[in-house]
Design a protein around this ligand. Structure first.
Ligand SMILES: Nc1ncnc2c1ncn2[C@@H]1O[C@H](COP(=O)(O)OP(=O)(O)O)[C@@H](O)[C@H]1O
Ligand SMILES: [Mg+2]
Length: 254
């Protein structure tokens, strides 16, 4: 049974893409068959894995809008077992173009049904909004992973996100579950982040990953080389943390 994990938080800059890219590559390195779907028009996950979507005539936009499927769009990633469905800027139009589409919330879900059995994990990197693209990612998911940046306004908007997830669960797809929250960019010297940790437990009792991702410059540098941290600097504290997160995700069941 494949696990479909959407990485979601409508705030930008909280570590969604960093988590998507590095979780996907460590899972692939563990021998799992992984498909990473880049649902963000900014295409940071695509470029962060060294993939030039200009080389690909079929990206996620074409899959959502046209007759092609995910199998036509998947490109080999930087390591065996990892495939990537690239985003591109025209995906930004999809938020509006999908509005008139029948089953507009189910476009990605329906496409994933055709390739599900090819993979152990399908990881979806979401854009920073709760628009139709993100909704497609939520509806397609079996599990939702929420990166939370350790900073003052980290919890702002989480209520709205959990509400949206509950509405989808009630009205559209009962079988989605919150896998958990992952604390990102953690700096243990700051008391502030400990307060946030305590507060977060009120939102996610039992659902916070034990692995906390530290703030680490290597994680920020790696994408400019088009490499996951596993290739760029696996021994960095950030690299080791994402390795642990991948094992924790792989062990976890809901
Ligand atoms: N743990 C971390 N330590 C240092 N920099 C990070 C870390 N996680 C993410 N970053 C950097 O912070 C910025 C935002 O991260 P990103 O993953 O793109 O967030 P999002 O996808 O939620 O917008 C990027 O420049 C990224 O390289
Ligand atoms: Mg992103």
């Amino acid at each position: 049974m494949s696990r479909i994990i959407s990485i979601v938080n409508q705030k930008g800059g909280v570590g969604k893409t960093t988590t998507a890219v590095n979780l996907a590559s460590y899972l692939a390195n563990m021998g799992r068959r992984v498909l990473l779907i880049d649902l963000d028009p900014q295409a940071n996950a695509t470029s962060g894995l060294g993939i030039d979507y200009n080389n690909s005539p079929i990206g996620l936009y074409e899959v959502l809008m046209g007759p092609q499927g995910l199998r036509d769009a998947a490109m080999p990633g930087p390591m065996g077992n990892l495939y990537v469905v690239p985003s591109s800027q025209n995906l930004a139009g999809a938020n509006i173009e999908l509005v008139g589409h029948p089953e507009r919330e189910f476009r990605l879900h329906n496409e994933i049904l055709n390739v599900k059995n090819d993979y152990d994990y399908i990881i979806i990197d979401s854009p920073p909004s709760l628009g139709l693209l993100t909704i497609n990612g939520l509806v397609a998911a079996s599990e939702i992973l929420i990166p939370v940046q350790c900073e003052y306004f980290a919890l702002e908007g989480l209520g709205q996100l959990l509400n949206t997830i509950n509405l989808i669960k009630e009205h559209v797809k009962p079988e989605i579950n919150i896998l958990g929250a992952v604390m990102t960019m953690y700096d243990e010297r700051h008391k502030l982040t400990r307060d946030i940790f305590d507060e977060l437990y009120r939102y996610f009792p039992h659902k916070i990953f034990r692995t906390v991702i530290p703030r680490n410059a290597k994680l920020a540098e790696a994408p400019s080389f088009g490499q996951p941290i596993l290739h760029y600097d696996p021994l960095s504290v950030g690299g080791r943390a994402y390795g642990r997160l991948a094992r924790e995700v792989d062990f976890s069941t809901i």
